[in-house]
Design a protein around this ligand. Structure first.
Ligand code: ATP
Ligand code: FE
Length: 357
């Protein structure tokens, strides 16, 4: 079964062709970074305009790269939600129209379900077994999910305020760190790693909501902001001090991730769930220091009841893409549980409510 999938929930216009055996025939991601850079976030109307321009191009390229005709596609999938209303509308209209014109089955997919099912595709032939934990840390998400089955997910922890990735970006800008093509979060990591850190120069960082399964990184951002302001602005900080602050922030952020993971693992143990895998994905998961920390973290658990193996899916499938949408639609195409062409988008859609509409 060959699926053509479209994704347009935020600022990337994506199209991909994937088969039911897990073959990725094409994966097109058209970024809009240049469009939004001057606004310091996604500009909703500009994003819709860019999707309008890019969607036909993405579809055409996805078919060309896959070396197939649209007539060889067996089903059309698209991101139904959650996401930005105008953006979702572009992918949804394109997918519905294609499906109707071609008389092919249609499936609308939950974006977070798709992120969570990605390791089953990318870790073949040894995929994580349900139930497994998945930590999604990016510019758009800070989410610790328990994946119970293909359609059942439980949110164990998320954040009421800004995502971890956005806070990395803000702290990096606040400290006026050197620009890097990989973005401000990655430049913070590189800056810390570039020279030895004099820890005594940094302010102490708060521990956020100890013992509670909730993430919050704005307190760390505020601590950095207060320190910089009290010293008379970033220009007044020498490089070793900036490095110590960046390092202290990074360490505190990852301490928090570990602390919440420990809580989640004991939550699972108390319920006898037998979780054996921890999947970590999203842009922040490309941080090498975090990877090192997490490897040590799971090594420490090795002989305990909470022992888990760690999976980092490949970076290009951790960020928004249409391969994951195609993959998450597959079980429904195979079961012939497909959607009506009149299906509506769901901009607000909790991943815990996948069943029933
Ligand atoms: P999403 O795909 O969830 O909607 P997004 O579009 O922001 O979010 P990603 O590329 O997954 O996409 O994540 C980008 C975020 O990851 C940015 O906020 C960036 O600061 C952060 N990031 C990237 N590399 C690193 C790194 N090495 N260390 C820390 N943070 C990083
Ligand atoms: Fe996403």
């Amino acid at each position: 079964f060959t699926v053509l999938a479209l994704e347009s929930s935020a600022d990337d216009t994506c199209a991909a062709v994937v088969t039911s055996s897990g073959n990725i025939l094409s994966n097109i991601v058209l970024k809009q970074n240049d469009v939004h850079a001057p606004f310091g976030g996604i500009h909703p109307y500009r994003a819709v305009q860019a999707h309008q321009r890019n969607m036909p191009i993405a579809v055409q390229r996805a078919l060309k790269d896959a070396r197939i005709s649209v007539l060889d596609v067996d089903g059309i999938a698209f991101t139904r939600g959650p996401g930005m209303t105008g953006c979702l509308g572009i992918g949804s209209s394109a997918a519905k129209t294609l499906a109707a014109a071609l008389n092919k089955p249609l499936v609308g997919v939950h974006h977070m379900q798709a992120h969570a099912l990605t390791p089953i595709l990318t870790s073949a032939p040894n995929p994580p077994k349900f139930p497994f934990l998945t930590l999604l840390i990016s510019g758009g998400h800070t989410l610790l999910l328990l994946a119970i089955s293909v359609t059942q997910f439980r949110i164990l922890a998320t954040t009421p305020d800004e995502s971890i990735g956005r806070v990395f970006d803000k702290v990096s800008r606040l400290l006026a760190l050197p620009w890097s093509a990989k973005g401000p979060g990655a430049s913070l990591e590189d800056f810390v790693a570039a020279s030895p850190v004099e820890d005594n120069l940094a302010p102490s960082m708060p521990r956020t909501m100890p013992g509670v399964l909730t993430f919050s990184f704005t307190g760390l951002h505020s601590a950095v902001e207060r320190f910089v302001t009290a010293r008379g602005g970033v220009e007044a900080l020498d490089i070793p001090t900036r490095r110590a602050v960046a390092s202290g922030f990074q360490r505190a952020a990852f301490n928090q991730l570990e602390e919440k993971l420990t809580l989640a693992l004991s939550w699972c143990r108390d319920r006898g769930l037998g979780v054996k895998h921890l999947v970590v994905s999203g842009g922040v998961a490309s941080n090498s220091y975090l990877r090192e920390r997490l490897r040590a973290f799971v090594l420490d658990l090795e002989c305990s009841q909470d022992s888990v193996s760690l999976i980092f899916p490949p970076a290009e499938l951790c960020t928004d893409n249409a391969v994951m949408i195609a993959w998450a639609s597959m079980h429904r195409f195979v079961a012939r549980d497909t959607d009506d062409y009149a299906i509506m988008i769901r901009p607000k859609w909790c991943v815990q409510d996948l069943m029933g509409g």
